[in-house]
Design a protein around this ligand. Structure first.
Ligand code: ARG
Length: 246
């Protein structure tokens, strides 16, 4: 029947169908967002998202190809077909969701602050929203969106990488860095130890999700069932414990 033909076309046009046909899953991600995606000392991309991507490719029965992509071009890369999916700690926002579809959330974060030690008494972001204060974050992230919303009087400076932005605070060229909690937590446990103040309070509510192109219900269905499976069969917990302390 006509109905059957139409339904079958949805599947043939699915990115999932082409992944299986090509035998390759191409994942766009931007290394630098510790511990989701980063480079090891040999330059290899590793992290929580990489483990999830490997498992995804394995379950599809295909090879995995990681496609490192600059953050400000990552949605355009997906839309123009340079990759099949973005797995890069991306926050599901309503604005991004106009351009791409998201699978169900796989992680929850909030914006937090790493503050220069000279601001010893600071308890809240509000204490820093003053003229002359410099807040840094990464360009095009939800950190930038939160910074512009929460800091109306302070100066906001954006950087191409997380590490450059937080380094400004360590080097006394800025007062605070605003970014996703897992990144700040790990930075604080490492290079920030004894040098920065960590304000752990979540300033935003941010579910992270895998992004795919609009109009692909078959791929979306596969991803949501994949997520439910790994969340309950121990796979997700194994990866979580590998990359996050507790
Ligand atoms: N969650 C934040 C956002 O969506 C930051 C993600 C940065 N990811 C990365 N791989 N650099 O804007």
């Amino acid at each position: 029947s006509m109905l059957f033909a139409a339904d079958f076309n949805v599947w043939k046009n699915s990115t999932l169908h082409s992944i299986v046909q090509k035998g390759e899953l191409r994942v766009c991600l931007e290394p630098g967002y510790v511990p989701f995606e980063m480079r090891d000392k040999h330059g290899r991309i590793i992290g929580f998202d990489v483990d999830i991507s490997k498992k995804m490719a394995k379950d599809m029965g295909v090879k995995l190809k990681l496609v490192p992509t600059a953050w400000d071009g990552i949605i355009p890369a997906l839309i123009t077909g340079k990759c099949d999916i973005i797995i890069s700690g991306m926050t599901i926002t309503q604005q991004r969701n106009l351009k791409v579809m998201f699978a169900n959330p796989y992680f929850l974060v909030g914006q937090t602050l790493l503050v220069n030690k000279k601001h010893a008494g600071v308890k809240s972001y509000k204490d820093l929203d003053k003229k002359g204060i410099v807040i840094t974050t990464k360009l095009g992230t939800t950190g930038e969106i939160a910074a512009r919303k929460l800091f109306k009087h302070a100066t906001i400076k954006t950087f191409d990488s997380e590490s450059a932005a937080v380094q400004e605070v360590l080097n006394n060229r800025a007062d605070a860095f605003i970014y996703d909690k897992p990144y700040n937590e790990l930075f604080m446990a490492g290079k920030g130890k004894g040098k920065l103040i960590f304000l752990k309070e979540d300033l935003t509510y941010e579910p992270l999700g895998f992004a795919i192109n609009h109009g692909d219900p078959d791929f979306l269905n596969w991803l949501n069932n994949f997520l439910r499976q790994i969340k309950h069969d121990g796979t997700y917990d194994k990866f979580y414990h590998r990359w996050f302390q507790s």
